[in-house]
Design a protein around this ligand. Structure first.
Ligand code: SF4
Ligand code: SF4
Ligand code: SF4
Length: 269
């Protein structure tokens, strides 16, 4: 008989690389998680067939086909809480970079003339189609974050989303600053923290895989302004940010703010 205290969860993948699900499947505490939740649906691990009501649904991937949209709406109808997990679900992912372009033309450019038996689209964030309660960033998210979100839900609490940049983790660890010392474009100042500055820890610049920070909450604008000092233009910053955050609706405001002068004037490109 079902333990009434156990939360029912579902894990779903739309168009994605399945990396976020894989991260969930490989957490060290998985056996404990499995014991504490009723997993109603997890296509990657073992599907129980039809989508049923769950307390919390985790959705990975972007909406890139008509099927994705249909499935997502069904998931939403059947979930009390819906969590967008990973950059694809939150911002459309790398496959969302070409938004505004004609899907069929791009498809043919890559695969040649081919009769598609599905209705493909440029990937979009799931919030364009359904209400999303929480966002769990990453590409994929970190193990501790997955466990933290699960623990919050299990306790009847809610997860707090990070509103500070990768730079704060980088500085705390004392890594040399790639932007200041090497003059390389590092998106740490504009990217949501949580990876413990993994790339700078290997002396590699951040390319923003966790997605842009929520605009205007708490961000490292003083370091971001270094882009200008180092000779980067708005377009340079935008191009780099668009790899993972092309569909971030506050992109322009954020970039304007980075290039804003002390007096409020913006740089001319
Ligand atoms: S966010 Fe990254 S890891 Fe997750 S599904 Fe998308 S590409 Fe894969
Ligand atoms: S700009 Fe990059 S290297 Fe410099 S502090 Fe921020 S994350 Fe670290
Ligand atoms: S440092 Fe940047 S690119 Fe690297 S894992 Fe963290 S957010 Fe992603």
């Amino acid at each position: 008989m079902r333990d009434k205290m156990k939360l029912k969860i579902g894990v779903h993948g739309l168009t994605s690389c399945y990396g976020c699900q894989l991260k969930m499947a490989s957490i060290k505490e998985l056996l404990e998680v499995v014991e504490r939740f009723d997993i109603e649906y997890w296509y990657m691990a073992s599907s129980k067939g039809e989508i049923k009501h769950v307390d919390v649904a985790f959705v990975e991937g972007s909406v890139s086909t008509a099927e994705d949209e249909k499935e997502l709406k069904k998931i939403r109808e059947n979930a009390d809480i819906l969590v967008a997990i990973g950059s694809c679900a939150i911002h459309g992912g790398v496959q969302g970079m070409l938004i505004g372009e004609e899907y069929k033309e791009i498809f043919e450019e890559i695969y040649g003339k081919y009769e598609m038996d599905f209705e493909g689209r440029i990937g979009e964030p799931i919030k364009n189609y359904v209400d999303v309660d929480y966002f769990l960033p990453g590409c994929p998210p970190e193990e501790e974050e997955v466990v933290y979100y699960l623990a919050c839900f299990a306790l009847g609490s809610y997860p707090e989303e990070k509103d500070y940049p990768v730079c704060s983790e980088c500085r705390r660890n004392g890594y040399p600053c790639i932007l200041i010392e090497k003059g390389e474009m590092c998106l740490g100042p504009l990217t949501v923290a949580g990876c413990n500055a993994r790339c700078p820890s290997h002396n590699v610049a951040c390319i923003g895989c966790r997605g842009p920070l929520p605009y205007n909450i708490a961000w490292f604008d003083s370091l971001a302004k270094t882009f200008k000092e180092k000779g980067f233009s708005k377009e340079d910053v935008r191009k780099r940010m668009e790899i993972f955050g092309k569909q971030y609706e506050k992109m322009d405001e954020m970039i304007e703010k980075v290039f804003e002068d002390e007096g409020g004037e913006t740089d001319q490109e």
